[in-house]
Ligand binder design. Structure first.
Ligand code: SF4
Length: 211
């Protein structure tokens, strides 16, 4: 969808597969080599790319490797902005809830489809691991698929972390947003959380292009 959107707007996308195993290996030589392979592509154009869009789960690497003069954002952030019709700011605001979370609280991770999950799955492994480390004892639950829990149940959660929402319609996502605002439950998004996990600088970097 993103590539189609870019092409339709007369720009052109270039795809690159980062070897995350090498990038995270801890082996300095392998890491440098992978970084060099990435930067060789980035620097091979007559003009620097207007933006680099990464899989959100690679933010631990990408926010460090993407040169400061190039915008960086993630697919999940793009998708939630697109599907919510430009209301990314509401999801950014939801990150404030992190400052208030306590060990007895419950968080709901929401994925709008039932895709097959790999070992390092964002929703079931990466984000829960981070949350448990940050707030030991916090309860993390999941809502997978197109049906969303009803408001009485949603009220139990102190934060909703939503995927990019590409498998539901904008109307359906808007209805979720409306309900969450009405019942006063903060919500944010995978790409934003995975950037926030890397610190303020990384979050600032993925949001710059949306200013
Ligand atoms: S709905 Fe889209 S963004 Fe959400 S989990 Fe499924 S594929 Fe990923």
């Amino acid at each position: 969808m993103v590539q189609e959107y870019i092409t339709r707007n007369w720009a052109y996308p270039v795809a690159f597969r980062l070897n995350l195993n090498k990038a995270r290996s801890g082996n300095l030589q392998a890491m440098d080599k992978e970084k060099e392979r990435f930067l060789n592509l980035v620097n091979s154009f007559a003009e620097p790319p207007k933006a680099i869009i990464t899989d959100s789960q690679a933010m631990d690497i990408m926010w460090r490797w993407v040169p400061d003069n190039i915008n960086l954002t993630t697919f999940s952030i793009i998708m939630i902005n697109y599907m919510s019709r430009g209301r990314l700011n509401l999801f950014v605001k939801g990150l404030e809830a992190f400052k208030r979370l306590k060990e007895e609280d419950k968080i709901l991770i929401v994925e709008a489809c039932n895709h097959s999950r790999i070992a390092e799955d964002i929703g079931t492994v990466q984000i829960p691991n981070y949350l448990q480390k940050r707030i030991p004892g916090i309860t993390i639950e999941h809502n997978f698929g197109r049906e969303f829990y009803d408001n009485d149940r949603i009220k139990e959660y102190k934060l909703i972390i939503h995927c990019g929402g590409c498998m539901i319609t904008s109307q359906k996502l808007s209805a979720r947003i409306r309900d969450l605002i009405n019942i006063g439950v903060p919500f944010t998004n995978y790409g934003l959380v995975l950037s926030y996990m890397q610190g303020e600088e990384a979050l600032k970097k993925v949001l710059k292009i949306w200013e």
